[in-house]
Design a protein. Structure first.
Length: 264
């Protein structure tokens, strides 16, 4: 199933969605897809004039592929401008992903501060494609096109303080890029700590907070996104990483923070 087909599935029946093995990540489903599907279930319960401002995501346990998942939603509070929403992905009676989301209508304000510019990378056409290697790379990467422009590759024994580059969905129809697409694209990138390792070792996101710049800059699923993640601290098997995503024009789209675990 393509990404768009999975989004349609959760919109049509959020109580019963199975994620195929092609979207696997090790022994579980791709976390970015899980976040995107849970977000879609939440988005459907909130008024359209309240865009999502932030999501706090906790990957509680590894969801299995090809096993039904229920994407549940609870409205915690509906204020005058902000809706607080809880999303819970449940599989076999166990919570596997938990998201607390804040959706807020725009307010009048005299404060307007421009974001810092995007990092300066080589143009995307000058950066070699990052090929998908079956059996070596996570299965979900077959659906995403990447070009590595900053830092070392995973397991290259490169003490890079940052990683980054370009990413977009592969073989998709052109349609407006939404927050669900952005969730998958941000989480496509591996933990920024993995280049420090000299051989493969398990690593994954433990918690993830992402904030969206609203209104979203106009983009389509055929556009490249530009990503940079910086390691702020790492020790004892945990890393703390700050990241951001920009449009091809250098417009800030999302701000991300993750606590990642690395067993190596």
């Amino acid at each position: 199933m393509k990404f768009s087909e999975l989004l349609d599935a959760v919109r049509d029946n959020p109580g019963n969605v199975s994620i195929p093995a092609a979207w696997g990540q090790g022994r579980s489903c791709f976390g970015g897809l899980m976040a995107a599907l849970q977000f879609e279930a939440m988005r459907a319960r909130v008024a359209a004039d309240r865009p999502v401002r932030s999501l706090a995501i906790c990957f509680v346990g590894p969801p299995a592929v090809d096993v039904p998942i229920s994407f549940e939603v609870e409205i915690l509070r509906e204020g005058k401008a902000v809706s607080q929403v809880l999303g819970r992905a449940v599989q076999n009676g166990q919570t596997v992903t938990l998201i607390q989301g804040s959706f807020g209508a725009p307010r009048e304000s005299m404060i307007a501060v421009q974001a810092e510019p995007a990092p300066s990378f080589k143009p995307v056409q000058d950066v070699p494609a990052f090929p998908f290697i079956p059996g070596v790379m996570p299965e979900y990467l077959r659906f995403i096109e990447m070009r590595w422009a900053l830092g070392g590759f995973p397991y290259s024994n490169t003490p890079s303080p940052a990683i980054g580059g370009y990413a977009r969905l592969r073989d998709v129809e052109e349609e407006p890029l939404t927050e669900a697409h952005l969730l998958a694209l941000v989480d496509t990138w591996p933990p920024a700590t993995l280049p420090h390792l000299s051989k493969p070792a398990p690593g994954s996101s433990l918690t993830w907070t992402i904030e969206f710049v609203q209104p979203l800059p106009a983009m389509t699923t055929h556009d490249w996104t530009q990503y940079r993640a910086v390691i702020e601290h790492a020790r004892d098997g945990y890393g703390h990483v700050a990241a951001a995503l920009w449009t091809p024009k250098g417009e800030l789209v999302a701000i991300s923070r993750q606590t990642v675990t690395v067993f190596g």
